[in-house]
Structure formats: C-alpha cells, structure tokens
Design a protein around this ligand. Sequence first.
Ligand SMILES: Nc1ncnc2c1ncn2[C@@H]1O[C@H](COP(=O)(O)OP(=O)(O)O)[C@@H](O)[C@H]1O
Ligand SMILES: [Mg+2]
Length: 245
Amino acid sequence: MTRTKTGISGLDELIGGGLVEGSTILVSGGAGSGKTIFGLQFLYNGVAKYDEPGVFVTIETRPRDLRLEAQQFGWDLEELEKKNALIIVDAASSKAGLPTSEKYALRRGFDVSTLAEEIYRAVEDSKAKRLVIDCISALGMKFNEPSEVRSELFRISALLRELEVTSLLISETIDPETHSRAGVEQFVTQGLISLNLFEDSGTLKRNLLVWKMRQTSHSLKKHTFTIGKNGIEIKSRKSSTTKSR
Ligand SMILES: Nc1ncnc2c1ncn2[C@@H]1O[C@H](COP(=O)(O)OP(=O)(O)O)[C@@H](O)[C@H]1O
Ligand SMILES: [Mg+2]
C-alpha cells in the first residue's frame, strides 16, 4: 500500500508512515486548534518535499488571508501557484457575496455542484495528488437535515475518490467529542484526526489524537504538539500502537 507522507514533524510515524494514498481524512477541532495550518502544511510539504501538486479549497478564509497565514511559516504559496503546483479554489468570496479576481473561484454562486466542477478543474490543471477542503462545516450550514449534509458529503467524497487525490476534509467542532457540527462527517471518511486546544492550569495547550485510520495500526495516545516558526511539530514520546481496526 502506498502512503502519502504528511511531512508534518512527528505525525507520519504515528500512522504507519503516512496517509493511505487516495484516502479521505477528516481533521476536526475547535476554533484556533490549528486546522488551517495543518492543511496548509500538508499541501506545502507535498510540493516542497515530495513533488506532489495540491489544491486548497477555501470556504471561510479568503485566499489573500490564507497566503498571509502561510507566509509567517516561510511557506510562499504564490511561488507554488505560479508553477501550478498549488491551486487555491476561492469559495470564500462567493459564500460571503464578494467579488473576486482569483483564477479559480465559484463565480456562479455558492453551491455544491459548482464547487465540485471547480475542484475537478483545479485538480486537472495542477495534476494534484493532494487536496484540502477548509472547512466542510461551512457546507453543512446551508442544510438543515443531517441526511442532506451526508448526501452532499457523499458526492464530494465520491468525486475525490474518482480524482484519486489524498484529501483532508477540515471540520470545525464546537463540542470536542462530536467531531463535527452535523455529527455525520466522520462516516464518509477513512480516517479521523482531532486537534484539541484546551486549558490546563491557566495555560492553553495543544494535542492531537488519531481516532480512526483505516488499514492502519496507529497510535491511540494523545500527542502534544506546538505551532512554531516551522508550523506544527508533534513532540516525540514513546507511543504504543494497536492492531488495525
Ligand atoms: N506564527 C505563529 N506562531 C505560533 N502560533 C501561531 C502562529 N500563527 C498562528 N498561530 C496559532 O495558530 C492559531 C490559528 O491556527 P488555525 O490553523 O488558523 O486554526 P483553525 O483553522 O483551527 O481555527 C492561532 O490562534 C495561534 O494560536
Ligand atoms: Mg481555520
């Protein structure tokens, strides 16, 4: 089985060497838990370390802000975009009802069909191997019924499967135990990683937990991580693994 290395320091060894190539992984966490940085780092490493192009679909953050966020870690997205090694799909402007001059954007308004078409075009143009959608909770807000959210997610998952990209679906949680707003996202993915930001004696701390990773013997422990000048770094510790479930 081929693995797609995240290149995030300390993570790949917790998950059998990397994500299963072509799989769809849910990355959940509360506001400020590091989800967007995680997604950016996965794509940036893809190009810089493994020569794999990527697509970042941004639904809540406008591309300009995303480029600025990346820049503080020394990740020059524009340089990659010039080579078509990275494509940012701007779904945020249309969702906010604002105009955009981005090359890849949802110009006909925000809906899942238009989003799917633009994802398809971006993956074809960049020959992407990796993709991030940040965040799918923003898709769910339009639908009232969990069954509706689920069927839209199935559509997107099927498209990602067809495109054979290794994908991260980012999900913003309110209750850390539920993993997603609609409580359904985890059923359409092959893996689930949660990022937690919590208070401990007056200090905010971060940890990461791999809840599910199909076909993988993975760590079952919480792993402390930091966000520093190189992005996310998982602190090493002796971890025990289990047989795959
Ligand atoms: N340069 C940096 N150095 C250290 N921590 C940072 C830096 N930039 C952002 N952060 C931390 O990352 C958080 C934002 O991460 P982000 O991935 O945008 O969160 P999320 O997408 O989960 O809401 C900030 O609240 C801050 O705590
Ligand atoms: Mg974010």
